[in-house]
Design a protein around this ligand. Structure first.
Ligand code: HEC
Ligand code: HEC
Length: 214
């Protein structure tokens, strides 16, 4: 019994010694953190080099989905077996890239890792919408024919300068007028076809971003 206690005591001393002799270095985890895989840095370029030739927007050569944007590729993985298709051996049904050699295994692994890490999105935000770059040209092409300075053909306000167009949105329902369906009262451009929806959205987004001038 005494021997037993002695051994335990010795063991405790050894253990204590061992713990105090652990250097600080041993306590720091030196394993590098797993690299994070993200869309813009890693995945986008793989698509551009191997897939968007057919999976562009619009897709060509029989492909049915684009693989251009972050959402495109996430949808490809979640809904269209993208990872199974690039993992398939050439010749197996559905193997991608179609007709091409299999991607190098490290690129396949990168996409698998991107999914495992939760589809990190590092796409830079689009540049802000400005009057000088985006809005002025819409007015020049569709409105200033009547909304010049001075306005003509019955229009009562110019839409030439930055301030003109801000006033049009704030005081004269400019966005409601371009959003109206042709034939609806007040629809603009007067008598013309409705603007393409992407241009209407651009003007609305310009307002939402606070009317940036340049
Ligand atoms: C030479 C043209 C071509 C290239 C390059 C190509 N694909 Fe495809 N892909 C197709 C065609 C055609 C289909 C439709 C037939 C099928 O489903 O197999 C398709 C289908 C797919 C589908 C199913 C959804 C859809 O769009 O129909 C996925 C996912 C896919 N490809 C992923 C990829 C990936 C990822 C790459 C690049 C690594 C790639 N493809 C490269 C032609 C191509
Ligand atoms: C063919 C001539 C014509 C074109 C092109 C035209 N408008 Fe007009 N616009 C008018 C006339 C006429 C009025 C006055 C009658 C009314 O209020 O509907 C008017 C009125 C307006 C008004 C109310 C303030 C004002 O000046 O009376 C706004 C805002 C407006 N238009 C915006 C636009 C926008 C934006 C475009 C281009 C997308 C455009 N219009 C293109 C003729 C035109």
């Amino acid at each position: 019994m005494k021997n037993y206690k002695y051994i335990i005591g010795l063991f405790t001393i050894l253990l204590a010694y061992n713990c105090t002799s652990v250097s600080e270095e041993d306590l720091i985890d030196n394993t590098p953190p797993p690299n994070s895989v993200s869309f813009n840095e890693d995945v986008r370029i793989i698509m551009e080099n191997n897939c968007t030739f057919c999976h562009g927007d619009p897709p060509t050569n029989g492909a049915t989905t684009p693989l251009v944007t972050y959402q495109n590729v996430v949808d490809g993985v979640n809904n269209n077996n993208l990872i199974q298709r690039i993992s398939a051996q050439p010749g197996e049904g559905g193997a991608m890239p179609l007709g091409g050699p299999r991607l190098p295994q490290n690129l396949i692994d990168l996409i698998i890792e991107w999914e495992a890490q939760g589809f990190i999105d590092d796409t830079p935000p689009p540049p802000p919408i400005t009057f000088d770059d985006d809005i002025k040209i819409i007015m020049d092409n569709n409105c200033t024919f009547c909304h010049g300075n001075p306005p003509t053909n019955g229009a009562t306000t110019p839409l030439v300068t930055y301030q003109n167009v801000v006033d049009g949105v704030n005081n004269n329902n400019l966005i409601q007028r371009i959003s109206a369906q042709p034939g609806e009262g007040g629809a603009m451009p007067l008598g013309g076809p409705r603007l393409p929806q992407n241009l209407i959205d651009l003007v609305a987004e310009w307002q939402a971003q606070g009317f940036i001038e340049n």
